[in-house]
Design a protein around this ligand. Structure first.
Ligand code: SF4
Length: 480
């Protein structure tokens, strides 16, 4: 093991022990304190009694444990965020989640109330998919597919595997979506759905319940009524609408964000029409498009395991957590401090600052999200590169020129919109305040650091310890 690996495994142990409330273990590991962790070690010494930060924000487990199972897809959607718009595989030699990888994930499948098997690619491409489903017979299960590769043989196996819900991703005829607007693709899709229903009848099976997920853009907005009518006629019981999220200017022009208000009106009409008819229909898990920010429905709902099997995401946004699942039980992980804090922030949305990623997220504030998407594709503003200022501030800090360093970090904070730079600058000011034993100031800066970089491990560790030392539980209780 080289020096970097030793330091990194040392740090991993410290982070894990603090964030899972095991300060005895932290003290044990910190017996040989490297210079880099002196501030942290001093702080641990100041913790007299082990008080748990935010103990009331423990939770019984996610409703959905979600895993990707396939890393190939031949549909080639222009809008694809997984990387299949111009290729059919993500890796040369890794095409799907293996049975043994699935078994490693087993405790998580058991921990979630329900289990969802999703992309990143086409789930039905995986030769192991029926093996996975076979191991989940005691659970409520969801499988997502484009439906384009749902042959009669696969359909029969899905029915016999006791799959409870089958979600089709299909968007009608739109050039950005599944099938690129090709009428033959649409015909094949509906033929496969019809075939599945015929097999269900033949096998006298009530499952899987059919669901439809539609990515809405400007091209299929006017088709929504017709698509949903056809879906209902094909025994689809639930419909979920999403926005097609553009990744480039061309897709932006096709997205609802280039004509947002008008699009919202149309979507609202579709929602209200079908809700009146008693259909289970939603957009981002809601029955209506909210005008104002509302608390996020996804906090505490799910945990998604993608390519990094040890670093799941708490929602389908690009949210990252500071702790790996490695060597932790699902319950230890799900109730570690970052999750309790995440829950606390979302439960107090409006009084507390939710993480910056959530601030303008579609799930919480669709209008702000629409504005930020529009701005990112239409604004010509070139922001100043503040990286050199940040680097200079870091050098000053290393030279113990603290007041000059704080001035420079503060300049970055005042002038940048880059979340990473904001998070790191607050973190460094926090460390300077900590070294001068200005604990309240340090606490505020670590809170800001986490706000901008929720996966900042050291900021989270300091924040945890200061929370205990400054007894912030009483403050949090007053908030609620
Ligand atoms: S607001 Fe968005 S980023 Fe935040 S938890 Fe909800 S879905 Fe994820």
């Amino acid at each position: 093991m080289n020096q970097h690996q030793t330091w990194s495994s040392f740090k991993t142990k410290i982070v894990k022990s603090i964030l899972t409330d095991n300060l005895d273990e932290t003290r044990r590991v910190l017996q040989q304190v490297p210079e880099e962790l002196k501030l942290l070690a001093d702080l641990v010494e100041k913790v007299q009694a082990q008080t748990l930060p935010l103990p009331l924000h423990k939770h019984s487990g996610p409703r959905f444990a979600i895993s990707s199972v396939s890393y190939t897809c031949g549909v080639g959607c222009e809008m694809c965020w997984s990387g299949f718009s111009d290729k059919t595989r993500l890796f040369e030699n890794y095409k799907n989640l293996s049975p043994s990888e699935f078994d490693d994930w087993g405790p998580w499948a058991e921990y979630g109330d329900e289990v969802m098997l999703v992309g990143l690619g086409e789930t039905l491409d995986s030769p192991h998919i029926f093996d996975h489903l076979n191991k989940l017979r005691n659970k409520t299960t969801y499988l997502t597919t484009s439906g384009s590769t749902l042959t009669a043989k696969k359909a029969e196996k899905l029915i016999k595997s006791d799959l409870t819900h089958l979600s089709f991703s299909f968007d009608g005829e739109t050039t950005a979506g599944h099938g690129s607007g090709d009428i033959d693709y649409s015909n094949l899709f509906w033929k496969n759905v019809t075939q599945l229903n015929a097999l269900k009848d033949k096998l006298k099976a009530s499952h899987p319940i059919l669901r439809l997920q539609i990515s809405v853009d400007l091209e299929n907005l006017n088709q929504l009524q017709a698509i949903i009518e056809k879906a209902v006629a094909h025994d689809v019981r639930e419909v979920e609408l999403f926005y097609m999220i553009p990744s480039n200017k061309e897709l932006f022009e096709k997205s609802v964000f280039s004509n947002y208000e008008n699009s919202c009106e149309q979507i609202r009409k579709v929602l209200s029409y079908w809700l009146d008819k008693g259909l289970e229909i939603s957009i981002y898990n809601r029955k209506e498009l909210p005008e104002k920010p509302t608390s996020c429905h996804f906090a505490d709902l799910l945990l998604i395991f993608n390519l990094d099997r040890y670093l799941p995401q708490p929602c389908c946004g690009p949210f990252k957590l500071p702790l790996e699942t490695r060597s932790l039980t699902p319950d230890q992980y799900w109730n570690s401090f970052p999750f309790r804090y995440f829950r606390y922030l979302h439960a107090n949305d409006g009084k507390e600052m939710v993480p910056s990623l959530c601030d303008s997220c579609w799930a919480r504030d669709p209008n702000k999200f629409a504005n930020s998407i529009k701005e990112s594709f239409t604004s010509n503003k070139v922001s100043e590169n503040l990286l050199p200022v940040y680097q200079n501030a870091s050098t000053l800090k290393n030279q113990n020129k603290f007041s000059q360093a704080v001035e420079e970090f503060q300049r970055v904070i005042n002038e940048t919109k880059d979340s990473d730079l904001l998070g790191k600058s607050h973190f460094h000011i926090g460390e300077i305040e900590l070294s001068q034993e200005h604990y309240e100031n340090a606490f505020s800066h670590f809170r800001e650091a986490i706000h901008y970089q929720f996966n900042h491990q050291m900021a989270f560790c300091y924040f945890y310890l200061l929370w205990v030392i400054l007894d912030k539980n009483s403050l949090a209780t007053n908030q609620e």
